[in-house]
Design a protein around this ligand. Structure first.
Ligand SMILES: Nc1nc2c(ncn2[C@@H]2O[C@H](COP(=O)(O)OP(=O)(O)OP(=O)(O)O)[C@@H](O)[C@H]2O)c(=O)[nH]1
Ligand SMILES: [Mg+2]
Length: 1126
């Protein structure tokens, strides 16, 4: 097979109707890269003998060594199908969870996907994840059931059993699709109903008639499912190079059997059998115990081929088969000792997998022209805004997307989904071109000259050596060679040129991009409305552009065709193609939208499934290498879609990655490519959370805490309180209420910490995005701006509120949702600040919903009173960010401000922002209102500081600085003390893992899990195999080396994938000391043997350089030898 020339590809790029942008998705190790090899081999890029062994798209060394893909990479293939020629831009993606962000970057650029499923393992967690990702991006999938050979060779199933097994796998995949579809229909229906309700003003039909249909019956979902008769399923064995769809068999058998192809297509898959007597195809094979058509006509042929070639190695039969199939097999393949060679030689001619898969792709996957309006609107959604509320020019761009035109007047729209690093010398412009004849001569002459010189030098050296022999007796030639290499190295100039160049992984959605063209780079926060109003009309990127936030200009210096390991230079690229763009590294960090039109909105951010959780601190082995490391880390940050690089407050350089394998890859990259210095890496920094719980009812030996114990504990609290936790500005009462006064005695806050119910914490965690939007909306409302919020956003916020209301029940939480003051840390975390002071009124955080009385009341409130509102919030945010146990963020804690007073020490004219004690509060309120009318509407800490400044001038009382600052510190302290007044606990991050293991190694898997504090959730046997699937949870802190250990202990039979799942409270109390007789007996005096929480806490404290309370000397008395003692 000849390689397709670059000219041909360029030609094909111009016809979007025949372009397919697709990616290969699957669970780890299901054979994506092997399948890609077969497809690549069909283009003559690699030899078909090596297909499946080479894993051409795994171009990194560590990918080859580990055998897993770590990045997505693209290759353009040419395929002739019927009378048409197609260009397929194929992207291979990794299946390992650690790299799921790479899947997101691939999926965004595609219109379709090949989902690969292992015939033995079936649907695995990542299969579901990738199907969901494809669904969320609205791309169409086709299915390849791979590794069918394993059913024959490993599981030794009969063809009949294999059919049942394959049917089951299809059902599993379709079940996933079905559930995705159902949830979408239900969501849409709910949305419609809401709209209707809003229009009608009241619930439909007066609540008299209830419609319980979910709307599922009316929607056609038949196109959604995978079924061989639909032509969207291929059965394959990528490693043996074969694959087929039933279309192929239908066309083989149709002339032979005299049955119409259409009939065969309908009956080849399903419960049909061939009634030879009646010469009819009949239904009901299963009931009658007959072989189905699929088994008889398809599987039996394959089974007998494997039987002849692999199992029995029956030469005669093989020859018969070879002649009957009409394939040509070379003699050396026939003689080869490995039967697999012969097998793939036969199969790859009989049923070439590339043909089956590529035909299906061309027929079933959409071209760039088929992009749906729904998908375009989804891509163009700007923040919380509705599509209709975007500027008119922006809305018009939708047609450009749909037309996918490359005409000169079509606006250019490109999306960059990631930046990847390429060795500068591997770029086509730096690649060595073949030398001309003259150059070869010249070089030969030079080499000859050098050789002669060296010989001469050697001779002189030998002479001098014979006169004075070298001391260590080293041969002189070696000496000179060494010297030469030394001088060579020295004479080489310091490498200044960057060795890595960044190329953007992108797709053109509209227009034609030319080399060297100037384009706008739109950051994710760019607002087209703002851009359009600032920029002059008809402004182009090449002009001098006024400054607009999140908008910059850049030129596309180089355009590349992505060919797996290689890049080819291109002059221009028309719409609908995937390409590489050089020269963007200074303006694009990880992803961006490029356009020639400032009206273009930035694309919606990529959906990342993985949470970066494993963090390590990095430092250079030689401190002088620090600048190189910093630069290297910056490059790494740009080159990886998911890795995060940060500098902590402590000054540590921290790398956050999605998992252990990802971490390893990032470190290798840093060492070998980006920083090129020796680095030392800390142990993984494991995140913890701090929380409070309700006072326990049992003691550590599970005995009920009797009355007297309680008394003892209260005594202890009181003791502590008297020993310095209570000072003249701080008071902690026995019930845990903390009262704190600012140093200038102007403000007093009373705070109590209460644990939030677990479900609430979980809800807050999962709704971080909604809370962040809510915060944004509130912020703009406070600034007096009115944001066009989409219906969906309002609905999401309303939904969150309703859920919170349903979860926060009981007397304790009465009206709590309305009284929420803020969420924290970072304004969107899983902790709540409550306004428990009846007398203090502030706008509700839910004011954007426009309901609730608090909002109405608050509108009349003064801004001046709330000058210090922000200080309280800031204090709370700080406290929530780092708790008192080991300065880790809090989780699931509610701080209720029960009282908040401000007294005045300032002259009366400055009392405007102060609130007096309860008797005169009414009066003070009205005074404040008056002052707001005079125009002091400044908000937040800023305002507070101004006033404090004024007060400072007024008298010497305020030597402590601005009141707002003092209040922040006081609030923070109050929260910390309130937290400490409750029983405190650490929370550990937990992974879930699915382990597939055979019965023999099950015990060992349990052993490893037990040792690492893992917990098995459930275990089931996978049908049709002897495999067990175990689902377990495991603390992240115990997970390092887990996958390796499991693999070792089970001789590689089980390999788990760890996915972050949730946070869990660690039962033991890190501050616990034995107090009762039983506890002393049970745990001993030190009681540190079983306290896992204390161990974790101390480890974190030690890492952070905090004080760790430990007894170092255990036994002070001198050891005496027994003999002396006698
Ligand atoms: N028996 C059998 N083994 C296969 C087949 N296809 C692939 N394999 C093997 O499965 C293993 C994984 O194959 P890969 O192609 O690397 O799998 P992948 O899906 O690309 O894996 P990741 O990229 O790491 O997610 C390799 O050892 C292949 O040899 C097949 O059809 N039959
Ligand atoms: Mg792979």
């Amino acid at each position: 097979m000849r390689r397709t020339s670059l000219e041909k590809v360029v030609l094909l790029q111009k016809n979007p109707a025949n372009i397919r942008n697709l990616c290969i998705l699957a669970h780890v190790d299901h054979g994506k890269t092997t399948l890609a090899d077969c497809l690549v081999a069909s283009n003559g890029i690699i030899s078909s003998r090596l297909a499946g062994k080479l894993r051409y798209l795994d171009s990194r060394e560590d990918e080859q060594i580990r055998g897993i893909t770590m990045k997505s990479s693209a290759i353009s293939l040419h395929y002739g199908h019927g009378d048409q020629e197609y260009l397929l831009n194929l992207i291979d993606s990794p299946g390992h969870v650690d790299f799921s962000s790479e899947v997101s970057t691939a999926v965004r650029l595609c219109d379709g996907a090949i989902v690969v499923v292992d015939a033995v393992e079936g649907v695995c967690p990542q299969t579901q994840a990738v199907l969901r990702q494809a669904w969320l991006e609205n791309i169409r999938p086709v299915l390849v059931i791979n590794k069918i050979d394993r059913l024959i060779v490993e599981l030794k199933l009969s063809s009949q059993e294999a059919y049942a097994h394959l049917k089951k796998i299809l059902e599993q995949v379709n079940a996933v699709m079905g559930s995705l579809f159902t949830s979408k229909v239900l969501e849409e229906r709910a949305e419609k109903e809401e709209e209707k309700e809003e229009k009608d003003g009241e619930p439909s039909i007066g609540g008299q008639v209830y419609d319980w249909s979910a709307g599922l019956e009316e929607v056609d979902d038949s196109h959604l499912y995978f079924s061989p008769d639909q032509g969207n399923v291929v059965f394959a064995s990528a490693i043996d190079g074969w694959g087929f769809s039933i279309q192929q068999f239908a066309s083989i058998y149709s002339p032979r059997m005299g049955i119409k192809t259409a009939v065969l297509l309908k009956t080849l898959w399903g419960d049909f059998y061939l009634n030879t007597k009646a010469k009819k195809i009949m239904k009901g094979a299963q009931v009658k115990g007959k072989k189905t058509l699929f088994v008889q006509l398809v599987l039996d042929n394959i089974w007998s081929l494997y039987d002849a070639v692999v199992t029995r190695r029956d030469k005669e039969k093989v020859e018969k088969v070879v002649t009957s199939l009409g394939v040509k097999v070379m003699a050396r393949d026939l003689r080869h000792s490995d039967p697999k060679v012969l097998l793939s030689a036969i199969c790859s001619q009989w049923l070439p997998v590339s043909q089956a898969v590529l035909s299906m792709v061309c027929e079933k996957l959409p071209s760039p022209l088929d992009i749906t309006a729904e998908r375009v609107e989804k891509l163009m959604k700007v923040g919380a805004r509705q599509f209709d509320s975007l500027p008119k020019d922006t809305q018009e761009l939708k047609t450009a997307f749909l037309q996918c035109s490359s005409e000169e007047d079509a606006p250019l729209i490109i999306f960059v989904s990631k930046m990847f690093a390429v060795e500068t010398k591997a770029l086509p412009q730096h690649r060595q071109r073949p030398l001309t004849q003259e150059e070869i001569c010249e070089r030969r002459e030079l080499a000859r000259q050098r050789h002669a010189d060296r010989m001469a030098a050697d001779q002189t050296a030998a002479q001098s050596q014979s006169e004075s022999p070298s001391q260590d007796g080293q041969p002189a030639a070696l000496c000179t060679a060494k010297m030469e290499s030394l001088t060579l190295r020295e004479s080489r100039p310091e490498e200044e040129e960057p060795t890595e160049t960044f190329v953007a992984f992108a797709r053109v959605y509209s227009g034609k991009v030319k080399k060297g063209q100037k384009v706008f780079v739109l950051g994710p926060k760019y607002d087209p409305a703002r851009g359009l109003s600032t920029l002059p009309e008809g402004c182009r990127a090449a002009d001098v552009v006024p400054e607009v936030p999140h908008l910059s200009c850049c030129s596309t210096e180089n355009l590349y065709l992505l060919m797996g390991r290689e890049l080819e230079e291109l002059e221009d690229v028309p719409a609908g193609n995937v390409l590489g763009i050089g020269g963007l590294e200074d303006c694009v960090l990880k992803s961006a939208t490029l356009s020639s039109a400032p009206a273009c909105p930035p694309f919606t951010p990529l959906n990342f499934e993985a949470t970066p959780i494993v963090r390590v601190a990095i430092e250079p082995t030689h401190p002088s290498d620090m600048p190189k490391l910093v630069r290297g880390m910056r490059l790494l940050n740009q080159a990886d879609p998911c890795a995060e690089v940060l500098i902590q407050e402590t000054g540590e350089h921290v790398l956050v990655t999605a998992g252990e394998v990802h971490l390893q890859r990032c470190l290798d990259d840093l060492r070998d490519r980006f920083a090129k210095v020796e680095i030392s890496v800390s142990k993984p920094i494991i995140p913890f959370r701090e929380t409070v719980i309700r006072p326990p009812k049992l003691d550590m030996v599970n005995e009920e805490l009797g009355r007297q114990h309680k008394v003892a504990i209260i005594h202890q609290v009181k003791d502590e309180a008297s020993q310095g936790r209570s000072s003249d500005t701080l008071h902690v009462d026995a019930g845990g209420l903390v009262t704190i006064t600012t140093p200038n005695r102007l403000a007093t806050v009373c705070v109590r910490a209460v644990p939030l119910p677990e479900e609430v914490t979980r809800l807050l965690e999962s709704s971080a995005e909604v809370i962040r939007t809510l915060e944004q909306v509130n912020m703009s409302l406070r600034e007096g701006k009115n944001l066009d919020i989409s219906l969906g956003t309002v609905e999401a916020i309303g939904g969150l509120k309703a859920q919170l209301e349903s979860l926060l029940l009981g007397r304790k939480w009465r009206n709590a949702v309305e009284r929420i003051w803020a969420f924290g840390p970072r304004r969107c975390g899983p902790n709540i600040l409550l306004n428990g002071d009846e007398a203090y009124r502030r706008p509700s955080v839910w004011q954007c919903l426009g309901r609730g009385d608090a909002a109405g009341e608050a509108a009349g409130q003064t801004a001046a009173l709330r000058d210090f509102d922000n200080s309280i919030i800031s204090g709370f945010q700080l406290a929530a960010l780092s708790g008192p146990m080991c300065e880790e963020p809090l989780m699931g804690v509610c701080f209720s401000v029960e009282r908040w007073d401000m007294q005045s020490a300032a002259p009366p004219q400055h009392q405007d922002s102060l609130e007096e004690d309860s008797p005169s509060r009414e009066a003070s309120d009205s005074r404040v209102e008056g002052s707001s009318a005079t125009g002091s509407r400044e908000e937040g800490a800023e305002g507070g500081r101004n006033q404090a400044g004024r007060r400072q001038e007024a008298g010497p009382a305020d030597c402590y600085g601005p009141v707002s600052g003092q209040l922040i510190a006081a609030m923070k302290e109050a929260c910390r003390h309130a937290f400490q007044a409750q029983p405190q606990r650490l929370m550990a991050a937990m992974y879930t893992c699915d382990i597939m293991a055979t019965a023999e190694v099950l015990g060992r898997v349990y052993g490893v899990l037990g040792k690492r504090e893992g917990r098995v959730l459930h275990e089931e046997m996978k049908e049709g195999t002897d495999m067990f699937i175990i689902q377990a949870v495991l603390p992240v802190a115990e997970s390092f080396g887990f996958a390796d250990e499991i693999r070792k202990r089970t001789s590689g039979l089980a390999s788990p994938q760890l996915v972050f799942s949730h946070w869990e409270v660690i039962g033991s109390d890190p501050n616990w000391v034995p107090t009762t007789e039983e506890e002393y007996l049970h745990f001993g005096e030190k009681a540190d043997s079983a306290n896992q929480a204390l161990k974790y806490m101390n480890a974190v404290r030690r890492r952070k350089g905090l004080y760790v309370e430990e007894k170092i000397v255990e036994h002070g008395e001198k050891q005496r030898t027994l003999s002396k003692n006698k």
